[in-house]
Design a protein around this ligand. Structure first.
Ligand SMILES: [Zn+2]
Ligand SMILES: [Zn+2]
Length: 579
């Protein structure tokens, strides 16, 4: 697939401004236009049309978006360029259609400043997510990738400079390429020292003493230095270096970027974060940089304000049992003034809360929900519409059949409509013939007015019929796209949710409804997402099966009959609310 020569494609550049509630990082239309033009020039892309949208992408039915899709259907273009994925779509219908065009090969490539998506399963899945979840940093990142600065850092996922303690610089004798390996002698010793602090009662200083005195740690020998115990400064530097939990940091263009390295880590991220709290003022907590899932797709049910996430760390002082909040400035117990870094095995409590920002309505009365409670709610809701793979495959097959059937009847409707168009056309021709016939050339004004009124009427009739034809085409396609996507999703949602990162989790949540709110510490789902229909259909089947005799139940359950109620519930839902 990736053999496509991008320079042979005909691109549409699609510009859309940001609404207020969206990312403030997205550039204005003139800026998007300017930068994307330069980008296209640099990359040698052939742009056949620039389309500018003023409608929001949260609702389907944007006139310019539809024009773009039409051009692609007509074969006038076969690739799209946009500032980022969320410019194209922030609602599932448009997103689904866009991906369907990629499926069909009508869109051969979709390019943003940082990414190119092709017709591969991985790209399409990533695109689905990128349509839903806007990340500030992904914008920043694409910008940098564009400039080519972070390429090596991101692609190689490897530390470039001198190896940190516990690791070694090595050279591949064949390729002469430098790489980083673990230091078999020092790696286990350092890891052990970390463990003493994280899992045992040791303070950082006690762990360092153990490392140097009991384990006889000696630094790596270089020409002039080395062979010495580890200094306090290097030890503390290591303790607050996220490299040791697998995350590399680099300052690029004046800004820190984090990426998961390919090297072997000495502790996990959670342990690293706890350690930072334990280090008191010497620690480097990551929470200002962290991405919290879900908040982009949630709203407050009471005041419709945005939802924000907040992380809290509390420490229970081992000496006087005082519980206190570990803010950025707190270094000691407020009661007995023991320094945090000197506390032996303090109890550390960690919470993530979601709550209304109250920016719109400062008097909003809603409290907060913890991350654990929120995720339990989401998992429960996901379970309600989960279907198994066999069922999904069958459902999609069934949909195909249904679609074929639908297509036949729609084709009949369409040909009927097209006949009507022909009819109107011939009436128009007749009218024209009458008008220009010799006996009518000098007819009275009244007669002329009649002709022109009649012509107007026929033209508008023709326009209306053509619109109907368009609707028939669109409807069929949209129905199938959304149904297939729904069943695919219903099959894998819980697994994706359990195993995905913050971005994937947010995406899964967003699929549950178009209106996701928090009220009274509960997640409320409403809106027009079709998953409720699956849930409803599942219940209908269960009811039918339960009403049968046991022997019959087995027979029925193993047959496909059970699907009929779903499809009818599905169909009804779709018909009453096609958008
Ligand atoms: Zn609120
Ligand atoms: Zn204390």
């Amino acid at each position: 697939m990736k053999q496509i020569d991008i320079k042979q494609l005909r691109f549409i550049t699609y510009l859309r401004k940001s609404s207020d509630s969206e990312d403030k990082q997205v550039a204005s239309i003139p800026q998007q236009r300017k930068e994307l033009s330069e980008f296209a020039k640099r990359e040698g892309l052939k742009v056949v049309e620039i389309i500018e949208e003023t409608h929001t992408a949260f609702e389907p039915g944007r006139p310019q978006f539809n024009r773009m899709m039409q051009m692609i259907d007509d074969g006038k273009a076969d690739a799209v360029l946009a500032w980022n994925a969320t410019r194209i779509s922030r609602n599932s219908l448009d997103g689904g259609l866009f991906i369907y065009k990629i499926d069909q090969g009508k869109i051969k490539a979709f390019k943003t400043r940082g990414n190119t998506y092709y017709n591969t399963p991985e790209d399409k899945f990533a695109l689905n997510i990128d349509f839903t979840v806007a990340k500030k940093s992904s914008d920043d990142l694409s910008e940098a990738v564009l400039r080519g600065n972070r390429y090596k850092f991101n692609e190689k996922r490897e530390w470039g400079g001198v190896a940190k303690p516990g690791y070694l610089n090595k050279l591949n004798p064949l390729t002469k390429e430098a790489y980083i390996d673990t230091d078999p002698e020092r790696f286990p010793l350092i890891q052990k020292a970390f463990e003493l602090i994280i899992k045992k009662m040791y303070t950082p200083m006690q762990a360092l003493v153990d490392l140097n005195n009991r384990c006889k740690y000696k630094t790596r020998r270089t020409k002039k230095l080395g062979g010495r115990p580890m200094s306090k400064a290097s030890f503390y530097r290591m303790l607050s270096d996220s490299y040791y939990c697998g995350i590399m940091k680099r300052k690029v263009d004046g800004e820190y970027q984090e990426i998961k390295g390919s090297h072997k880590a000495m502790m996990n991220e959670k342990e690293f974060e706890q350690l930072q709290i334990r280090l008191g003022k010497k620690g480097k907590p990551r929470y200002s940089k962290k991405e919290f899932a879900y908040k982009e797709v949630l709203k407050c049910a009471e005041c419709e304000g945005s939802i924000t996430a907040e992380e809290k760390w509390q420490i229970i002082c081992p000496n006087c049992k005082t519980k206190f909040h570990k803010g950025l400035k707190a270094n000691e117990c407020p009661d007995c003034h023991t320094l945090i870094e000197n506390m032996q095995n303090p109890k550390i409590l960690h919470y993530v809360f979601y709550h209304c920002t109250k920016r719109v309505h400062p008097n909003c009365s809603q409290g907060s929900i913890t991350l654990d409670d929120l995720e339990t709610e989401i998992t429960n809701k996901l379970g309600k519409f989960e279907i198994d793979e066999g069922f999904r495959d069958w459902a999609i097959n069934y949909l195909n059949e249904l679609n074929d059937h639908e297509e036949t009847s729609q084709t009949a409707i369409k040909s009927n409509l097209l006949t009507q168009v022909k009819d109107v056309d011939s009436q128009l021709r007749n009218l024209l013939r009458l008008r220009i016939s010799p006996q009518n050339v000098n007819s009275d004004p009244e007669q002329q007015k009649y002709y022109s009124d009649e012509e107007k009427r026929l033209l508008s009739e023709k326009k209306a019929i053509n619109k109907e034809v368009e609707k028939v085409d669109k409807r069929l396609e949209e129905w199938f796209v959304q149904s297939k996507e729904t069943f695919d999703f219903a099959c894998s949602a819980r697994y994706q949710f359990a195993t995905g990162d913050a971005k994937v989790k947010t995406y899964v949540l967003s699929k549950l409804g178009s209106n996701l709110t928090i009220k009274g510490k509960k997640l409320c789902i409403s809106g027009d997402k079709p998953y409720f229909l699956i849930e409803k259909g599942k219940k209908e089947i269960a009811d039918i099966v339960a009403s049968l005799e046991p022997a019959k139940q087995l027979e029925i359950a193993s047959h496909l009959l059970g699907f009929e109620p779903i499809s009818s519930a599905w169909r009804r839902g779709w018909d009453s609310n096609p958008r």
